[in-house]
Design a protein around this ligand. Structure first.
Ligand SMILES: Cc1cc2nc3c(=O)[nH]c(=O)nc-3n(C[C@H](O)[C@H](O)[C@H](O)COP(=O)(O)OP(=O)(O)OC[C@H]3O[C@@H](n4cnc5c(N)ncnc54)[C@H](O)[C@@H]3O)c2cc1C
Length: 417
């Protein structure tokens, strides 16, 4: 191994130890690369986007490029769990529902196929006993259930990928805030806020809500990735209904399109509570968060009404949610990811993956593999194999059109500016 100025020359340095960076570190280390992962806070902190108790994995998307990525990711989750020897993913059914004229739902159904993603459709005439979770489908609504889905434990998953990466020889350093990324001869020189330097042949930047700040500092380029402060809501299940709202009883993960856009998971992490949350948030500075949990009080009513319509009589709605937890989304204008080379003087030696827009966790393993392939090979064979055209994730799409990729269906996340 070459030494530079007393420093080790790493094959790949990963900046950011959330789900994306941790999966990338594991994938690179598994390839036999010398990997360094740098995280600004303590490992497994709760200040970014990859912490907490539950994330949904579902392959239902209105965009045609996400289902193959989720299917591949599902496979990689299984492989990682086998390697670790324990589970972080609890399988479930996914139920997507909403008004029959929702363009997103229509597109989701179009993207299902008997070969890759079999789907079962329901309308308001369905007997609730036949619908997963006994959801009540309101008049004029439709629902679609799919079996490639589940609940992932986020903090446990990040810890799993850290331990798998360590097992393959990766070096993990926390309390290491990357301040600059520079060219240094043919390599990359990274400096931290506390004055340390690291050298690598390649670099992968997975800085979550800090991606815009870091990329701007390094290149001057202003990527439109807007952090949003968001809150996860847990509601109390009425006595006697607790057991039937669990994954073991077949209660699904769910997404409800239209207004309000509501998503949730079965009762699992906090017995007697169920997650029913709004896909929404408030613009924030990731370094100056106010941690407020009351700004959304005015929104309880809409979700309480949704609960009484769709899951009547089983959840206490009168007092609002029983518990709230803060988190951050990193929104792009089109809600699509940014996965691209940094370009300029860095050419293909630095890869950036950010802007996961509140739906990236499930795809951590496949994104981790793709960015490592891009860093090592200059392109991703995985994307080519699963038929995903990476152009949709390029960062220069916002230069041609401020809104980015053209979509023929509704936006999902509401930003309360
Ligand atoms: C409430 C909520 C619910 C969600 N639900 C789902 C869901 O059901 N399904 C789903 O698929 N996705 C979901 N998501 C989205 C998903 O959690 C995120 O897309 C994903 O966690 C993003 O991971 P990341 O690694 O990009 O970012 P992060 O987890 O934020 O990781 C980035 C890391 O980089 C570090 N970092 C930043 N700058 C520097 C620096 N200069 N030097 C060193 N380190 C740095 C940060 O400290 C952080 O640890 C949800 C998100 C939230 C907030």
């Amino acid at each position: 191994m070459a030494e530079i100025s007393g420093d080790r020359l790493y094959d790949i340095i990963v900046v950011g130890g959330g789900i994306m960076g941790s999966c990338a570190a594991y994938e690179a280390a598994k390839l036999g690369k010398n990997v360094l992962l740098l995280e600004q806070f303590d490992l497994l902190h709760h200040l970014g986007s990859s912490h907490g108790e539950s994330r949904t994995i579902r392959a239902t998307y209105p965009e045609p490029y996400y289902p193959p990525m989720v299917l591949e990711s599902f496979r990689l989750w299984e492989t990682a769990q086998s390697a670790a020897g324990y589970r972080v993913l609890t399988p479930a059914t996914q139920l997507d529902l909403g008004p029959a004229d929702s363009l997103s739902l229509k597109s989701i159904i179009r993207n299902c196929s008997p070969d890759s993603l079999p789907a079962k459709e329901f309308d308001a005439s369905a007997d609730p006993a036949e619908v997963p979770g006994a959801f009540n489908i309101p008049g004029g609504w439709i629902a679609v259930s799919t079996a490639v889905a589940g609940i992932i434990k986020p903090t446990k998953s990040v810890a799993m990928f850290h331990s798998l990466a360590l097992r393959h020889g990766a070096v993990l350093k926390d309390r290491a805030e990357v301040e600059s990324i520079e060219r240094s001869g043919g390599n990359i020189r990274i400096s931290t806020a506390d004055g340390r330097f690291f050298h690598g042949s390649k670099c992968v930047v997975t800085a979550g809500a800090w991606t815009r700040k870091l990329v701007k500092h390094v290149t001057g380029r202003d990527l439109p990735i807007q952090p949003l402060h968001t809150l996860i809501w847990y509601w109390k299940i009425k006595e006697g209904f607790e057991a039937e709202m669990t994954p073991a009883s077949g209660f699904p993960t769910f997404g409800s399109y239209g207004v309000p856009f509501v998503y949730g998971t079965p009762a699992m992490e906090f017995p007697g509570l169920i997650k029913v949350a709004l896909h929404a948030g408030w613009p924030c500075d990731p370094d100056r968060r106010d941690w407020t949990v009351g700004r959304d009080d005015a929104m309880f009513g809409g979700v309480a009404d949704w609960i009484e319509r769709v899951l009547p009589g089983r959840i206490e709605t009168a007092g609002g949610p029983a518990m709230k937890q803060p988190c951050m989304y990193s929104m792009t204008p089109d809600e699509d990811f940014v996965i691209d080379f940094l370009g300029g003087e860095f050419g293909r030696d630095v890869v950036v993956a950010g802007g996961f827009s509140g739906h990236g966790f499930k795809m951590g393993p496949v994104v981790g593999r793709m960015v490592v392939e891009m860093a090592v090979e200059g392109q991703t064979a995985t994307a080519a194999r699963i038929g995903v055209e990476m152009g949709v994730f390029r960062m220069d799409r916002f230069e041609w059109r401020a809104k980015g990729n053209v979509k023929e269906f509704e936006e999902q996340v509401v930003s309360h500016d």
